[in-house]
Design a binder for this molecule. Structure first.
Ligand SMILES: [Zn+2]
Length: 249
């Protein structure tokens, strides 16, 4: 397991050279918040990393409910029965294995590995703007309908889940990256993802941390470039009015 530390943020990575999967420990005064639960094999290393920091994990925040972000959840919950699990209301349905769309959503199928056997149920359903310790929950749909990013208000770190990727170059979720196309393949709605990337850029993060790829410091320029590239590829500005909303009646 590769470990990278940036003040209150610790990134843990499996398969860094091949198929990097990241989770993050965010340090608070008395406790730790885990962002994402990676793949099952990461459970032990996550617990060990918390032990070496010397604080208990009291919360698990999930950016979204894809398999490679919730894989160790049941194992961790078994080891840490008091831990509270947080996910957006929308992605809590994915966590329960339900891929169906909700009224008004772009009519494109939810993609990617949606868990079939996760037993853990969330304790808290997150809304845009909720505060969890030092973290601000920011709704960032597109990769999945209920994706969330977390913004550490202390240092302006952005933990963006799969709303962006940095592996193979910084890209907005849904944009094809030849060296690491998997997040694009698993993305639900590209235009929604682009809107979310603009919203995340506007937070002016000092550091970008994602589900797949290395941490990027001072990401302003690369995020801006990734957004421009997505705009060009999607043709036009890709604003909400351009959604093709089917008539469901
Ligand atoms: Zn994903």
């Amino acid at each position: 397991m590769r470990i990278v530390r940036e003040t209150h943020l610790t990134q843990l990575t499996v398969f860094p050279g091949w198929f990097p999967v990241n989770v993050y420990l965010v340090e608070e005064e008395q406790e730790l918040t885990l962002i994402d639960a990676g793949i099952p094999v990461m459970a032990k290393a996550i617990l060990q990393a918390a032990q070496s920091i010397g604080k208990p994990i009291t919360r698990i925040l999930l950016t979204h409910a894809h398999d490679d972000h919730v894989g160790a959840l049941d194992k961790l919950k078994a080891e840490l029965p008091d831990v509270r699990v947080y996910i957006s209301r929308r992605d809590s349905r994915l966590l329960a294995g339900d891929r169906t769309l909700e009224p008004g959503e772009p009519d494109t199928p939810v993609r990617g590995g949606v868990p079939k056997k996760v037993r853990t149920r969330p304790d808290v359903l997150l809304n845009d703007g909720d505060n969890v310790g030092s973290l601000l929950a920011v709704s960032a749909p597109g990769h999945t309908p209920g994706s969330m990013a977390f913004f550490d208000r202390r240092h302006h770190y952005l933990i963006a889940g799969d709303a962006l990727q940095t592996r193979g170059g910084v890209a907005v979720s849904g944009q094809w990256v030849p060296w690491f196309p998997f997040p694009a393949m698993a993305t639900w709605d590209k235009r929604t993802a682009l809107e979310s990337a603009r919203k995340l850029e506007a937070l002016n993060p000092s550091l970008l941390a994602v589900g797949h790829g290395n941490i990027v410091k001072q990401p302003e320029e690369v995020m801006n470039r990734a957004i421009r590239e997505a705009e060009i590829r999607l043709g036009g500005k890709g604003g909400p009015s351009e959604h093709v909303t089917p008539n469901r009646s």
